[in-house]
Design a protein around this ligand. Structure first.
Ligand code: GLY
Length: 218
């Protein structure tokens, strides 16, 4: 999603196209639509030159160690425009055709000219709260990204104490924030343990990416 123009592109229930987030961007930039799904999304991506591959059945898409494999990125350009993208294989053991929060505007991600936000966690629950829209709405009203993230996760936690959610947000000033209900997290690839949900910051002032841990609501 592009913050300045509110242009949006998504693909859901897509199989066989490894670069799903790029296919989503192609929907935004090269189609008259905002979201394509399933076989229609795959045919569109193939038609745009994306390589199509055989994939395991959805029942075999478990990530090592279980849990989620969602990756969200917010970019603040030098022109202070914001963009946000999210990619996920969804939830372990999901039913074919299941759509979570990640591709939904306002759910898994949102951006407007003032701010951008995205989520990770239990998409079947997250999408009921439109947390990314809520965070960006608060930023538009003058709240800092950090305050907005905490308020939205606190609000969700009050209503559902068992839900896993992590959010990150940024505004056009380059301020950023994060919050989660995750008490600890182990990187399934490196086995490194974090006392909360880790997220990465990289700006022109930093020589390499820096890992921060989001404040936890519990
Ligand atoms: N947040 C990823 C999903 O549940 O689809």
């Amino acid at each position: 999603m592009d913050g300045a123009s509110l242009k949006f592109g998504a693909v859901t229930a897509l199989r066989g196209i490894p670069n799903a987030v790029s296919a989503a961007r192609a929907v935004m930039e090269r189609s008259p639509h905002s979201m394509l799904s399933g076989e229609g999304a795959r045919l569109f991506a193939k038609g745009q030159g994306f390589i199509s591959r055989e994939t395991p059945t959805p029942q075999n898409t478990q990530v090592p160690g279980g849990g989620h494999d969602t990756l969200g990125v917010i970019a603040v350009g030098q022109d202070r425009n914001l963009a946000v993208g999210v990619s996920t294989s969804g939830a372990p053991g999901k039913h074919p055709g299941r759509v979570g929060d990640s591709a939904l505007p306002g759910g898994g991600l949102y951006a407007n000219p003032q701010g951008a936000a995205c989520c990770s966690g239990d998409g079947d629950e997250i999408l009921k709260f439109c947390p990314s829209f809520h965070i960006v709405h608060l930023i538009s009203q003058g709240r800092s990204p950090q305050d907005a993230c905490i308020e939205v996760v606190q609000n969700i936690y009050r209503q559902n104490k068992h839900m896993e959610i992590a959010v990150i947000a940024a505004d056009i000033k380059g301020q950023y924030g994060a919050c989660s209900t995750v008490q600890s997290w182990t990187d399934p690839l490196t086995q490194k343990q974090y006392s909360g949900f880790p997220y990465v910051i990289w700006s022109k002032d930093l020589s390499c990416p820096e890992i921060n841990v989001a404040p936890t609501i519990s």
